[in-house]
Ligand binder design. Structure first.
Ligand SMILES: [Zn+2]
Length: 702
């Protein structure tokens, strides 16, 4: 590998030593340098590529339907200069930002020069750039740093990115795009770091004489397109010819024509090569002269935009607000207490506030209102730097059982008018239940809308979460599901918390539910997860009683389309809650996204009792005997509505091994028998269900 790198670098420098007019971007050599020297870089690149390919596949399946928003990226430009010429003017810096905003938004005047055959795929990336107005310490900045150096040139060594080696240290890569301007030497125009590299070298480097399109810029690289090209790399785009010298390589973009080698100069269109009758040398990721560039493609846009999805490598940067500047702005971010179901009648609300102004915040009014009543003001004082947060505990409240809402707004930071109203308010709908509901819980998610009173959906990232669907159900016409097919936020947690149940006098209980799940990626490299947690102390502490991922969670094979289970693709699950019985019992379902495929849950039932003890509700009950069984089982049952009911015998692997139907006279005690002599000895569940209700019991076959 070392030898390979040396050959590669010397090949690159051989090219650099040729005439100035032969364009050179150092990105490929720099990428190989990182592969050689940075542990884990290659693996991170592969993970980002997997994420990108999955995004593109799923976007195509959805017809590219995902809503696009304009992303604005704060930029800091480090002008590292050894002489006056290299100390480029503010106007020259600004001209580069202008070029980026034109080219990435397809507002470039020469967009009209895109050949008709490529117009259909020419893309507006919907990505914009602004010079940062707030520095990492929260102080105002022009976004332009001027750093004198004694170094005469930098090459691709990354020395320009560290003050210790005569350059300028990067600002945090999750808040800024770092662009370094300096003398790269040897005719090298620039290089960028692909997403996935170290934070302290992340960004783009452009030689001073090709920086922007005003001031000291040298033809034919004098229109700021070196910046566009390098930002393309930084947005995970490869050279359009795939960095090979034949037709085998690819830029991993479907709508750019396969291309043999780099194009230099400014040829006329159409231009054929060994791979294609008309190559796309107008693409910013080729090597043509600045005046011949005019387009990116939709396929390239998909690669770039994938980075800014939740879970993408540049997601945080896409949400950076380092270009916005308010002197006095407070934000009410989130109510931490109370949320969901709350077992205590007296509590102290907790809210997270943030200083989003540039001045240190020393006071703010926190106005809180319960159930729409006149707000009460809590006068907070303290010291919060720009973007610092604090969890503020408010005076205690006492409320009766039932549904409530708490709305909190902030105003008058430092006694001044709040300059931005869009982040001033947060609210929480919660349910106080000091006694607890009475078992059993029979929840088929048939009612609309969801979430129901006393249920809470906890969705910290504000993206996809548990929702009711009528696309699939085990019983009835609805279930609850997580849209992991579209939920790019890998690692994001979503919870559905059920109401608290009173457990006084109850010594045994169990939870039943139906689940359906399939992965998207075959082979089990990735899986979303399902976990069930229970609390016997009103949500202060939680115990895990169920956890499954691929292959245990699957109820169907991997599928490349959004998973919708058939009736056969559900599995019944039963969990004992007996070890966790206290005064009250709260159950919650938690899922963690791996951006794979949809997860469904239906028929959540919680009942007192364990196996072998009668389990009843108002709507369905049954009993099984003898237990243990030998040749047959007798089933006594009653369902409130249906004229017939279904019976399933399920083995420990969750497979239905016997099924039958039986007549049911509503409101009466019915009885049937089932031959089980063909079953191997072991533990089974017998389950009875109609359109709306299900009951289930375990028995032993001798
Ligand atoms: Zn390049």
């Amino acid at each position: 590998m070392k030898k390979y790198l040396l050959i590669l670098l010397s090949a690159a420098s051989a090219m650099l030593s040729q005439a100035q007019t032969l364009k050179e971007c150092g990105n490929t050599a720099h990428d190989h340098l990182l592969q050689e020297t940075v542990p884990g870089y290659t693996e991170r690149r592969q993970m980002i590529e997997d994420f990108t390919q999955k995004f593109i596949e799923k976007e195509m399946m959805n017809g590219g339907s995902r809503a696009s928003t304009i992303i604005t990226i704060p930029v800091v430009v480090h002008v590292v200069f050894e002489n006056d010429l290299e100390n480029i003017t503010d106007a020259q810096v600004l001209s580069q930002i202008d070029v980026l905003n034109e080219d990435l938004r397809r507002l470039n005047a020469d967009a009209a020069d895109t050949p008709a055959e490529f117009e259909g795929v020419a893309a507006d990336f919907e990505i914009e750039f602004c010079l940062a107005t707030i520095d990492p310490d929260g102080n105002p900045t022009t976004g332009i740093l001027r750093i004198p150096t004694t170094e005469t040139s930098f090459g691709i060594s990354d020395d320009i990115k560290f003050s210790a080696s005569g350059g300028s240290d990067a600002w945090p890569a999750d808040e800024y795009l770092n662009i370094w301007c300096g003398d790269l030497g040897g005719g090298l125009l620039g290089y960028a770091q692909f997403p996935g590299g170290p934070d302290n070298t992340d960004g783009v480097v452009i030689t001073y004489s090709s920086f922007g399109r005003e001031g000291y810029v040298l033809a034919p690289y004098d229109l700021g397109r070196t910046g566009t090209h390098e930002v393309g790399h930084w947005l995970n785009l490869y050279h359009i010819w795939g960095d090979d010298f034949d037709c085998s390589g690819s830029d991993l973009v479907a709508d750019t024509p396969n291309q043999e080698v780099a194009t230099y100069g400014c040829p006329s269109s159409p231009l054929a090569d060994a791979c294609n009758l008309s190559i796309q040398f107008q693409n910013y990721m080729d090597y043509t002269d600045d005046a011949c560039y005019n387009m990116f493609t939709e396929g390239q846009k998909e690669r770039a935009r994938a980075l800014f999805e939740p879970g993408g490598a540049r997601f945080d940067l896409g949400n950076s607000i380092k270009c916005i500047s308010y002197n006095f702005d407070a934000a009410a971010l989130e109510i931490l207490v109370p949320t969901g179901t709350y077992c205590f009648s007296t509590f102290s609300p907790v809210v997270t506030i943030r200083n989003t102004g540039s001045e240190v915040m020393t006071s703010v009014d926190i106005n809180y209102s319960v159930d729409g009543a006149t707000p009460v003001t809590f006068y907070w004082t303290g010291s919060l730097d720009t973007y610092e947060t604090e969890d503020v505990t408010l005076p205690s409240l006492s409320l009766g059982d039932g549904a409530h809402s708490l709305t909190i707004t902030v105003s008058d930071p430092n006694g001044m008018p709040d300059e931005y109203a869009g982040n001033n308010e947060t609210s929480s709908d919660f349910f106080i239940n000091t006694f607890g509901l009475t078992l059993p819980l029979v929840q088929g998610f048939e009612a609309d809308p969801f979430p129901y009173t006393g249920y809470s959906v906890i969705n910290p990232n504000g993206s996809f979460t548990w929702e009711r669907t009528t696309a699939a159900s085990k019983l009835g016409s609805a279930s609850i599901f997580m849209n992991h097919f579209e939920n790019t936020a890998v690692g994001a947690v979503d919870e559905m918390e059920l109401p608290a149940y009173n457990m006084t006098g109850i010594t045994a209980a169990h939870l039943d539910f139906d689940v359906a799940y399939a992965v998207y990626t075959p082979g089990g490299d990735y899986s979303d997860t399902l976990q069930v947690l229970v609390s016997d102390d009103c949500g202060v502490t939680w115990n895990s009683v169920y956890y499954k991922a691929w292959p245990d969670l699957n109820t169907a094979g991997a599928t490349g389309t959004a998973f919708v289970p058939t009736q056969d693709q559900w599995r019944f699950e039963s969990v004992s809650l007996t070890p966790y019985i206290g005064d009250k019992l709260i159950v919650k379902f938690r899922t963690v996204s791996s951006w794979e495929n949809n997860l469904y849950v239906d028929n959540i039932n919680i009942a007192s009792g364990t196996v072998g003890i009668d389990e009843m509700s108002d709507n369905a009950w049954f009993d099984v005997y003898p237990n243990p069984a030998n040749s047959w089982i007798n089933i006594a049952y009653g369902f409130a509505q249906s004229p017939t009911v279904n019976i399933e015998i399920i083995n420990l692997a969750g497979q239905v091994v016997l099924s039958d139907m039986a007549p049911n006279i509503p409101g009466q005690s019915n009885q049937t028998s089932l031959l089980v002599n063909s079953l191997p000895a072991g533990v089974y569940s017998v389950r009875m269900f109609d359109e709306a209700h299900a009951v289930q019991r375990t028995f032993v076959k001798n």
